[in-house]
Design a protein around this ligand. Sequence first.
Ligand SMILES: [Zn+2]
Length: 391
Amino acid sequence: MGDEMTRRQVRGDLTRTEILALLGAAGPLGRAEIAHRLGLGAATVTEHTRRLLAEGFLRELPPRTSGTGRPRVPLQLVPDAAHVLGVRIAVDHLAGVVVGLDGQIVDEFRLPLRIADAPVPLLVETLLREIDARRHTTPVRGIGVAVPGMTDPESGVVRLSGIMGWRELPLGRELARRLPVPVLVDNDLRASTTAELLFGMGRERDDFLVLGIGDGLGLGVVLGRSVQCGADGSSGEFGHLPVDPAGPRCTCGNRGCLQALAGQSALVEQARRAGVSGLGEGLPGLVGAAERGEPAVLAILAEAGALLGRCVAGVVNVLAVKAVKVIGEGHVLWPFLGPSFEAAAAAGVIEPLRDPEITVAPWRDIEHARGAACLLLARGSSELKRFSSVD
Ligand SMILES: [Zn+2]
């Protein structure tokens, strides 16, 4: 019963956020047009827009008449009615953005910070400074934090982040205790998947996948306009798909996970073992070798692309989700992974699901920060309004 209530409330908030997102993208629209474009009933739109008007997130423009119909009152978004801050934690820096209600970035920053050893004090100090800097313009109403690791969005506990060396870290609770605005913490790929739902793929589709290629491999899953989290928030660990029981040891302790075969460090290691020189550190070296046409590297990347494509085809077959967006630092490898990925995905998908749509977009890591901010927007206007007296 309690869960059902919460779900209904979240759903209502999401509808309001979708109305805000639509008006942010399309400009002022009448209620009937909003209902039509979002596939909602007239009464539902009236109810939600009434609340958004009362909260100051929308304003009514003068009525317009066309033909013999009733005058139409366009509703306009007030994007600066609330700003939210989103940060993405990385090993050697913090990327941050401030976004308006329309999901547009109004400010961004990048700080060289190694926060792994003292996450709470360093984040609190940084975030308080950013909140304070905006006190006299448009105040920050909430903060989203995107973490590279398995994270429970409900409790804000980082269950496991190998790259940061964290295990069962109650980051959400510790930040909420020390910051004057609501804080939501989630896995970085799921944060970006939320941004896709509100302002990207979700505009056209109710179901899609987001494949994150970075230090790890993750898969964001959206079904029926809901970002899937799993019972304890740990869904989406695509990199730990067991592929080869005799394969190399994975960071999770198992053998032959997808990540241990086709993740970034695995690819660099394979290139090194193949005798490729001048690889340097990580991704840039690998991209450089591929661009030089190093045959061993091209073969390694083609094989990894095919493996990723086969695994994604398996998920497409299971979930019947036909649209996949590829994001993450590793997208720079796409020219070398992509052809074999697409061929393997096409070959592995069963007939009724043929030709899954695969999109690769240019990507910067502030996208994860924007995703973090969108966690707040997805919770809806009530969450932001609840704390609006804080400035
Ligand atoms: Zn693993």
